[in-house]
Ligand binder design. Structure first.
Ligand code: GUN
Ligand code: FE
Length: 463
């Protein structure tokens, strides 16, 4: 069984299906109504390989293949801090926890330990593509790119630019140095993955308050020159927004700051977008910039509740981000679950959208199908790979996860029930209910195998 999003509110269930992947990791054929015997008699002979060269992965009854998750926003350098945020909010959280941790990753051995763990953990949760922020340090950032390539995770790796606001011990020395360091990482990644097939650089102004006008102008020029993607934060927290207003008095909104420097375009990933004004959201939609919705983080550091339906209806592409370690979890499944709950909070009594008519309130809530779309196809659009990943279609690449739920057999005695994990499926549930159980109760114990571009990059060891 293969399950993927056909569109925002619809999952497609492909039972008894074979998905054929070639040795370069591309999906070359999808055969419905295909059991093992049919595959062997009619499908294998049509493939270009001999029987000995064909590898077959067969799912069991309670298992299904699902597209790999796309984490459109996370900080690999903050991984050691997951769960550590206390009662802080953005600006004091940055000073208390974040800048000291990031600064400490100037140490290459420490960076190696942290980044290896981060990649291993996110792969184990089914994240096949990640848009990473590293730190201001070039060599450790380049190491993150090396590790993504060797461990097989598709990634965008950003060397963080910040020449103001941060503490003296963690700042770029000048706009020129910030640009030179960004170029150094771009050149390094070109050297290890010439066409950016698996790992791509991404231009990363941390956020408007941390970048001087000069740095942003030069990063805008660098983007036009290289046509690389860009990532940053926008309208996350009230204090931050007030600071942007103070620092950039001529701009009409937070997003407008990026627009003035030519950064707000189709290749830009804007994380959070919690407190956008109507005009700001319209500007983002017009420019074709994308939004990474980070519900875990927005709740953890008390930023607010982003209006996902409202952004989608404006035509803005939205994906999910864990925003580790603003978010406490490395799991995109957790982000999907939190996206659902936050959309409910918006319309509850006291919520931002409670005053809307009943019908509008219902519509603002995100369904299981929709949050899974955001986790896969939505994310693929946000990172500019909508034709390549996020679903099972001929021509796309095999970035996938094999999900196993615990199947409780009718005949089995209580004490010898097959216990495959933490989510019990009794067999009578229709598939959409099994998927809902996975979304709300599942975790990495259910993620049995993970592939990127056809390569097996994670296999869960049962204890
Ligand atoms: N804004 C600027 N830097 C950060 C960061 O590291 N995390 C979050 N959540 N917001 C930011
Ligand atoms: Fe962030």
């Amino acid at each position: 069984t293969f399950i993927h999003s056909r569109k925002l509110d619809e999952l497609q269930y492909l039972h008894n299906t074979a998905v054929c992947v070639d040795t370069s990791g591309k999906i070359v054929a999808i055969e419905p109504e295909c059991d093992q015997a049919k595959a062997e008699s009619t499908l294998f002979p049509r493939l270009r390989w001999s029987a000995e060269e064909v590898m077959v992965t067969v799912g069991k009854d309670s298992q299904f293949f699902f597209p790999g998750f796309v984490d459109t926003h996370l900080h690999a350098s903050q991984y050691p801090n997951v769960g550590i945020f206390g009662k802080s909010t953005l600006l004091d959280w940055l000073n208390t926890y974040t800048f000291p941790m990031e600064a400490s990753l100037s140490s290459l051995p420490k960076a190696r330990r942290v980044y290896t763990r981060c990649i291993r953990r996110t792969l184990a949760h089914g994240t096949t593509t990640a848009a990473y922020y590293a730190t201001i340090h070039v060599e450790p950032t380049n190491l993150l790119a090396d590790l993504c390539l060797s461990m097989g995770q598709r990634a965008f790796v950003g060397r963080v630019c910040m020449d103001q606001l941060g503490p003296a011990y963690y700042l770029d020395e000048s706009p020129e140095q910030a640009i030179a360091a960004t170029r150094a990482t771009i050149d390094h990644i070109r050297g290890i993955d010439a066409n950016f097939d698996l790992v791509s650089p991404i231009i990363t102004p941390r956020f408007a308050p941390a970048c001087s006008a000069d740095t942003m102008r030069q990063l805008g020029e660098l983007q036009r020159e290289t046509e690389l993607p860009v990532q940053t934060h926008v309208s996350e927290n009230a204090g931050e927004i007030a600071l942007v207003r103070e620092l950039f008095p001529d701009s009409t909104s937070y997003a407008d700051v990026y627009d003035r420097y030519g950064l707000l375009g189709e290749k830009m990933i804007l994380a959070h977008a919690v407190h956008l004004s109507e005009e700001e959201a319209d500007l983002i939609a017009r420019r074709g910039a994308k939004v990474s919705h980070c519900p875990c983080s927005n709740s953890a550091i008390t930023s607010g509740e982003a209006r996902v339906r409202w952004m989608l209806e404006k035509g803005i592409g939205v994906g999910l981000g864990t925003d580790m370690s603003g978010g406490y979890s490395p799991s995109v499944l957790e982000a999907a679950r939190q996206a659902s709950l936050v959309s409910n909070h918006l319309v509850m009594p006291g919520g931002k959208l409670h005053e809307l008519p009943q019908e509008e309130r219902e519509k603002a809530k995100l369904s299981v199908e929709e949050v899974l779309y955001l986790a896969t196809r939505g994310g693929a659009e946000v990172v500019g790979l909508r034709d390549k990943i996020g679903a099972f279609e001929v021509g796309m690449e095999w970035d996938a996860q094999l999900i196993g739920l615990g199947m409780v057999c009718e005949e089995a005695a209580e004490d010898d029930m097959e216990d495959e994990g933490n989510v019990d499926v009794f067999g009578w549930e229709p598939w959409d209910e099994r998927v809902a159980k996975w979304v709300f109760n599942g975790d990495d114990r259910n993620t049995k195998k993970v592939w990127v571009r056809g390569r097996l990059v994670h296999e869960r060891k049962e204890n």
